[in-house]
Structure formats: structure tokens, C-alpha cells
Design a binder for this molecule. Sequence first.
Ligand SMILES: C[S@@+](CC[C@H](N)C(=O)[O-])C[C@H]1O[C@@H](n2cnc3c(N)ncnc32)[C@H](O)[C@@H]1O
Length: 382
Amino acid sequence: MSNAISTESIDVYISTAPGLEAVLLEELKYKWPLHFPQVPPFQLLKLERGGIEVSGDAQALLNCNQLLKTATRILVRFEKFRCRDFPKLFKKAQKIPWNNIVGTQLVHWKISAHQSRLFDSRRLEKTLNDALCKYRKANPAAKKIQEQGAGRECSVYLRILEDELTFSLDSSGNRLHQRAYRQSSHHAPIRENIAAALYFYLSDYKPINKQNLIDPMCGSGTFLFEAASFEAPSLWREFEFDKLPLFNAFQMTSFISESSLIQCYGFDISEKTIAEAEQTNSNFFEQKIRFQVGDLFSSSGRINSSEENIIICNPPYGKRLEKVDFKKALMAIQKKFMPLKIGFIIPYPWAKAKQDIPNSLTVDKFLEFENGGIESTFVVLK
Ligand SMILES: C[S@@+](CC[C@H](N)C(=O)[O-])C[C@H]1O[C@@H](n2cnc3c(N)ncnc32)[C@H](O)[C@@H]1O
């Protein structure tokens, strides 16, 4: 398992925000046949809170770094063994062929341990560093590997569960939610991969192209930018896997960007916020999204109501911006846009969130997820 991977299948763990793992799986199911029609289907090994473990074609899974909009990271499994004591860990860890995995890079250990004899992360880190040091003294890296590693750092994840140790290498580098269009914002933008996941959930896992997508409290416009670029690969950014010996046999493929047909409209009460969203719109989206100043609770900011509208909304909830009354906001949305459906974030678990749903709307489905550490619900209403 621990030799440099070539063309065969690999096991990876793809992480996302807790609660969104089923949506991430749907995105992978949707995009895999579109982008890798010649490659056998991937296999789902495990779905758990915060991520999915899958096995499949190595090149395709590494390329998922630029295709999956709902993911946070892709970690590649490279070693697994059972261990219950430190001397054995030291012995086993110095036998891992590190030159073929991380080369000479400085390793940051990311350790999590549950229900296991080995759980002291400081001692684990020290043991691993000692083992790596001993390995490196005994196995000087080839010049090419040394050059590749010069001045670089990487992350190795060690997960210990019931005395089973799994080592993984981060193939993503910076977290995958980072997009070219994001500028610093003083408002409360939703994280991009969460916005992408909620949009895909709202659209029943088929990108919207016939109806209008409207965000009546759009802030920096994240939902709309994510919807408009859901099919487009992140070609602009770097990934870690270009730089690590474990992945030397692979290259990032340049995918063709699919153009989206979605019609997006964003309204916000703040002129400054709309001006900033417009700036992003012209810098990165050829002004495809229509932004306008508008107060949800007044008649400003309407669109032609003869069209079919789908609403997505992340209302202010009182942390950084003054909270709105969710029930009133939902009733205003219903009256103003007469939507086919509404996707709405309520910053509570469902048991509490459901009290904010007006009687005039029917719950189609809901998803509980963690939004910046807050247990929240995304509810779809009809
Ligand atoms: C939580 S933020 C939305 C963040 C957005 N999803 C993003 O990613 O940037 C809520 C937004 O609602 C706007 N807002 C507050 N009251 C409003 C109203 N009555 N009508 C329209 N927008 C309103 C605020 O200006 C703020 O930008």
C-alpha cells in the first residue's frame, strides 16, 4: 500500500462540512460520469459525519480536487496497520517509505484518536517525528526528490480508531472552498462549499437551468456565484498533489468549463454590499448575475412574476448582522416572488427551526448541518 501510487485504484477520504456528506456523495455521483466517462465507477466505502471514503481510479480522484465544489479536502490513504503501543509504532513508522510519499518535505502531523490505546497526540507526534528522522538518516533521498521537497511543507493525517491507524496525505493544500472570486468581505458570507452544497440539495441534484434562482438577502452573492459556477472546474488554483512524490505519476487535467444557463438575481438592502457583489460579478462572472438594491419587506427589488422562481436565502441571524424574524421573512418571500420552492437557512437544529415555518408553506425536505460551528437547518419549502 505504501509505495508511490501509479495508475491503480486508491482510497481517499473527502471531507466537507458536517451534515453535508450525503450531498457531497451526490455531487461525486453526478460529476464522475460527466468528466470520467471511460473510467469505472468509484466505490463508496463509508459515509460518516464530515466526509465520505471512496475508492476508485487514482487520476480521476485526484482531479476531483478541481471538480468537487462541496468538498473541503481530499486525503489519500497510504498506510494502515493495527498498533497499541509506542515502541511498535516507532518500528512500523520508520519502515514506511517516506521518500516516495513526502520526500524531504517538513511534515505537519494532523492526529485524531478515538477509542484506542494510543491517544496522546503529543507523544504520537514525537514518536512519528523520531521514526521519520531515523528513516531519513538511513535512506537519503535521491537528488530529484530533494529538489522537489526543498523548502516545502505538507500535512500527513493520522487517524486512530479502535487501535487501527490510518495514514493519509493531503492532496488539496489550501482548503477547496477557496475560490478565485472571493474578496475580503466585512459581511457574513457563507462558506463557498456550503453554499454550493445547499444549492445542489435545493436543485434535487440536477443543476437548475430553466427557472430563476433568486437570493433576496444575497450579501456578497455567494449562493448565486456558486450556482453559476457549479459546473466549472477550479482551474485557477494550485493543489498540493502537484508537489508530492506520492503523486508524481499524475498531472492535473484541464477540464473544459461548462457554461451554465442559470438565471440568477440577487437583492440586498445594503447599497455597499450590492456594489461589492457587482464588482465580483464584473471581475469574474461577465456580469451574468443581476444584482439590485432591495428591501425584502418593501416593494423594491422585484422581478417579473410570470417566470418560475426558486429562492435560496441565508437571512441575518444576529451574530454579525441584526437578526430578522424568520417567519416574517418567509411570508414576505412567498408574497413577493410566488416561488416554486424556497431553500432557507435557520440557525437552529430542526426541532427548534420548525417553529419558524409559517402554516402557508409545506416542508419538502430539510438538512441539518454545521454552519461555521452553528448547528443549523436548511429547509426546502413549497
Ligand atoms: C447573512 S447575510 C447573507 C450572506 C450571504 N449569503 C453571503 O454569502 O454573503 C444577510 C444579508 O441580508 C441583508 N439584509 C438584511 N435585511 C434585509 C432586508 N430587509 N432585505 C434585503 N436584505 C436584507 C444584509 O444586508 C446581509 O447582507
